[in-house]
Design a protein around this ligand. Structure first.
Ligand SMILES: Nc1ncnc2c1ncn2[C@H]1C[C@H](O)[C@@H](COP(=O)(O)OP(=O)(O)O)O1
Ligand SMILES: [Mg+2]
Length: 194
């Protein structure tokens, strides 16, 4: 069980807040049966549990900052191990958020096969998040936190994409397009894997 996680394909989903990662992940899971791991969802579940660690996490997330590296990676790895027997692959959404997280991921888990980079303009992402905020109940879907998340994304996460570009595994996908058209490009990229 422990060993199996190293034999399963890992696909990373990257892109700014509101670019459409979650939306595309849901469709990928339905088509390919991958196990979806959203670092944000794992963290929010910890917050919802009301644990002491959850309380510390909530304070960090409300400020739009990044949670300590080891916390997120441990949560991802634990979930990967737990799901190894039923998994056809892993789809990791919203991680790594910074180059250091990518390096740690390689050390503790392994090399991803593909990075899907869903790319939308800043205005588009803000518009989508403001709209999502009307119903999502997410504490970070408000104008002030959105701006911080976008700034942090451009500063910390774009270098991650450059890091994986050097390994030739990045596929950039125009997520300004309607959801199904974005997904058609995603499918092509996944189907091209060996
Ligand atoms: N291609 C697309 N066109 C229009 N709206 C989209 C879209 N992809 C996602 N959305 C909507 C759904 C959500 O309300 C909002 C943010 O999408 P999301 O999947 O939650 O983004 P992320 O997980 O990257 O933060 O935008
Ligand atoms: Mg998401």
């Amino acid at each position: 069980n422990y060993l199996k996680i190293w034999n399963l394909r890992v696909v990373l989903m990257s892109g700014g807040p509101g670019s459409g990662k979650g939306t595309q992940c849901e469709k990928i899971v339905a088509k390919y049966g991958y196990t979806h791991l959203s670092s944000g969802d794992l963290l929010r579940a910890e917050v919802a549990s009301g644990s002491e660690r959850g309380k510390q996490l909530q304070a960090i997330m409300q400020k739009g900052e990044l949670v300590p590296l080891d916390t997120v990676l441990d949560m991802i790895k634990d979930t990967m191990i737990a799901k190894a027997d039923v998994s056809k692959g892993y789809l990791i959404d919203g991680y790594p958020r910074e180059v250091k997280q990518g390096e740690e991921f390689e050390k503790k888990i392994g090399a991803p096969a593909l990075l899907l980079y869903v790319d939308a303009k800043a205005e588009t992402m803000v518009q989508r998040l403001m709209k999502r905020g009307e119903t999502s109940g997410r504490a970070d879907d408000n104008e002030e936190t959105i701006k911080k998340r976008l700034d942090l994304y451009y500063k910390a996460t774009e270098p991650v994409i450059a890091y994986y570009e050097k390994r030739g595994i990045v596929r950039k996908i125009n997520s300004e397009l309607p959801v199904d058209e974005v997904f058609a490009i995603v499918v092509k990229a996944i189907d091209e894997l060996k």
